[in-house]
Structure formats: structure tokens, C-alpha cells
Design a protein around this ligand. Structure first.
Ligand code: RB5
Length: 146
């Protein structure tokens, strides 16, 4: 599994935390910035990561900003992306099992690093359930391609 990760200035610290988690989990990843604490625009980081995941270059993505909202709105504009904004462990598991979400968004200003690590750990290690959910996700894909 190969993960693309990025954040804006509002998600810098949490991005480092999640990279540390992926190191511990032995998960391969590539960091797409941002590079500094200066104010940047979240779509400039969300859209390239979303395109890389949608294009198959990466299996999944993780996007972090202050709230996670800007990143998730931006990423979901890219066809094939199902970006879930998650701030609890139950939803992290459910969105993988039911929605086959391929990008996880979180907000560094919303939750602490401990909870964020648990969310990412569960999200990264839970598989899509398929079955009745396959049909539902398929309807989203069909809408995008019509
Ligand atoms: C940046 O101040 C902040 O707006 C951004 O990180 C994010 O929360 C946007 O949704």
C-alpha cells in the first residue's frame, strides 16, 4: 500500500505525527508538502494528492488542514475520489467498510494527535466490505461518469 500525504500550514504538526505512525506501521508514503509554516492555499495540496490517488499512482491519500474541511471539499471535486472527513474512530472504520473512502481528511485544530493517530491507524487497516455497499458506491461512480 502506498499513501500520498499532504497538509497546509494548519496541518503541519499532525502530518508529521501521521508520517511517524506510517513509519511504525511499515506503510510506504510520499509527502507532498506543504514545506513551510507560511500561509498556503489548501486546494494547491489537496488537488494534486487527489489526482494521484484517482490516477492510481497511489492507493490512498491523507490530507490535513486546520479543520479538514477545505481539504475534503477540494479532494472530492476530483472524479473517483471519496474523501472522508473523519474525527472519530467509529467513522474511520465505517467509511472504509461502507464507502470505500480513498482519502482521509482530518483537522489539526479539531482533534489531538492521539485520537488522530487512532483514526488513521483504523482507516489504514480496514478493508472495504463490498456486498450491498458496492452497489451504493457504484452509483456515485456512475454519476461521476455520466
Ligand atoms: C487555514 O487557516 C484554514 O482555513 C485551513 O487550514 C482549513 O481549515 C480550511 O478548511
Amino acid at each position: 500500500m502506498k499513501i500520498a500525504i499532504a497538509s497546509d500550514h494548519g496541518g503541519l504538526n499532525l502530518r508529521e505525527e501521521i508520517k511517524g505512525l506510517m513509519d511504525e506501521m511499515g506503510i510506504e508514503y510520499e509527502d507532498f508538502g506543504c514545506e513551510c509554516e507560511a500561509s498556503v492555499d489548501y486546494p494547491d495540496y489537496a488537488l494534486p494528492v487527489a489526482e494521484k490517488v484517482a490516477g492510481g499512482e497511489f492507493d490512498k491519500g491523507i490530507l490535513i488542514c486546520g479543520t479538514g474541511i477545505g481539504m475534503s471539499i477540494s479532494a472530492n471535486k476530483v472524479k473517483g475520489i471519496r474523501c472522508a472527513l473523519v474525527h472519530d474512530v467509529f467513522s474511520a472504520k465505517a467509511t472504509r467498510e461502507h464507502n470505500d473512502s480513498n482519502i482521509l481528511a482530518m483537522g489539526e485544530r479539531v482533534i489531538g494527535p492521539g485520537l488522530a493517530r487512532e483514526i488513521a491507524k483504523v482507516w489504514l487497516s480496514t478493508d472495504f466490505e463490498g456486498g450491498r455497499h458496492e452497489n451504493r458506491v457504484g452509483k456515485i461512480t456512475a454519476y461521476e461518469t455520466k
